[in-house]
Design a protein around this ligand. Structure first.
Ligand code: CUA
Length: 171
């Protein structure tokens, strides 16, 4: 499905560029109608916008906020997390401070939102729980205490009660 969406997007982008090119090619020379100083200012502003925006676009593209596997290191505990209406099943829910845990999140019925809350009830990570997919959420537990997993996507009448507990023990 993602391949189809990707190829459709490429096709639509190419069509849009083609249409714009034809319109640009067939349009008259606007510059003739403008006073010289105004036209020069316009070209200067365009050049400045291009010089600023192009590098910014490419710089921001490579700086995604995802932690790369190489930086993650080797010591990983894997936890299977399954959501359903209306509870979570975690294959393991007791860890120690410093543990690097990889949650493999899926759903048995509808879409749920897997959100990990630290002991102060601050969200420290989240991913979708989707039927037919396994989404990975990695988290290193830095403080001891009771963490919670709550559902962040409305999934039916008892959505609010869809919670699980994780205990993180000191080393
Ligand atoms: Cu599951 Cu809301």
């Amino acid at each position: 499905m993602q391949d189809i969406a990707w190829h459709s997007s490429l096709f639509l982008m190419a069509t849009t560029i083609a249409v714009f090119s034809v319109v640009l090619y067939n349009s008259g020379d606007v510059a003739e109608a403008m006073p010289g100083a105004q036209e020069r200012l316009r070209r200067l502003l365009f050049a400045v916008a291009l010089a600023v925006c192009l590098p910014l676009t490419f710089l921001s593209l490579v700086d995604l906020p995802y932690r790369r596997p190489a930086e993650w290191g080797a010591a990983v505990k894997t936890v299977d997390a399954v959501g359903r209406q209306w509870n979570w099943t975690l294959s393991d829910s007791t860890f120690h401070v410093g543990d690097r845990v990889e949650f493999r999140v899926t759903s048995e019925d509808v879409n749920h939102g897997f959100a990990l809350y630290d002991p102060t009830m601050r969200v420290v990570g989240q991913t979708q729980a989707m039927p037919g997919y396994v989404n990975v959420l990695r988290h290193q537990f830095k403080t001891a205490g009771k963490y919670s997993v709550l559902c962040l996507e409305y999934c039916g009448v008892a959505h609010h009660s869809m919670a699980a507990e994780i205990e993180v023990l000191p080393r």
